[in-house]
Write a new protein. Structure first.
Lengths: 142, 142
DNA sequence: GCGAGATAGTACGATCATAGGACTATATTC
DNA sequence: GAATATAGTCCTATGATCGTACTATCTCGC
């Protein structure tokens, strides 16, 4: 009798496979210099710019780490820092035009992966899995 | 209308939360020197020892990376290297007595997390989510 | 208004994680 | 037995990660 595989490990496999796919698609589209950690940071950006601490929080990293990643992204021309009009301490990290070109590629691949998973499970089970995962957010992402 | 959250991101949240919990439990039990990457490597070990390339494959890292992690784990006294009787090129990475003490702690916390999730979703939905995740392995973990 | 405490960003420095390239020893295949 | 594949290793370079600590700014209670 085989030990039960923890749900979290199953999630790791899915997450990691999807991330690999997105990174590969980005490389294909000319964004081969993006690293995994940079990608995770970018995934947390919203239109109009995002504060460093928010990015760090979303990517589950310390703000010093986020700072280093943003520095690299700035150097690569993907994001820029602008003043936050609402808070003199803060600055907003915002996508440049080049950075904005990443989004459609990443989202298309994200969507493709989701569609493949849905094709494998069938629409009903896929929907159920997704709602279950979403419901777990209250436990997992407080 | 909010953009749909990709399933893979939902999985990341779950995986990461569980990993944090396990790491915290291990630290509590006196294994505070274990890092995230070391933990992921240890999670891939089976009784009787495991080859480096297998560990690398399971943790989704290059064998050079696995080598470095095993070196640290050896130095920390958690694993040892023994000859592989079936292959002169290979060596088996095996848990020491101290390393074996990690397992019950990690598994108990793993289980606790799974139980909490089940309590939140209810047994039926938890079961459905798990089987869906398991079915995705053929797509995601070829 | 003002002072105490919280928060945003940053800097420094140490350590770990990660992998490309290349090499050796052993196995496998034909 | 020769050609090829595989397991482990070394060297090296780069990236990721965070503890500690500091400054500037904001917020809240008085």
């Amino acid at each position: 009798m085989q030990r039960e595989i923890p749900s979290s490990l199953l999630m790791f496999l899915g997450y990691r496979a999807a991330e690999d796919r997105i990174l590969a698609a980005l490389a294909q589209a000319g964004f081969g210099d993006l690293t995994r950690a940079q990608g995770r940071l970018l995934a947390g950006m919203d239109d109009g710019g995002t504060r460093l601490v928010v990015l760090a929080d979303r990517a589950r990293i310390a703000k010093q780490t986020a700072l280093a990643l943003v520095d690299r992204l700035v150097a690569a021309g993907y994001v820029e820092r602008v003043r936050d009009p609402e808070d003199g301490r803060a600055r907003l990290v915002r996508l440049t035009d080049r950075g904005r070109d990443i989004l459609p590629v990443a989202r298309a691949e994200e969507r493709l992966v989701d569609d493949e998973w849905a094709a494998h499970l069938g629409p009903r089970r896929m929907r159920e899995m997704r709602t279950a995962l979403q419901d777990l957010r209250t436990v997992v992402d407080p």
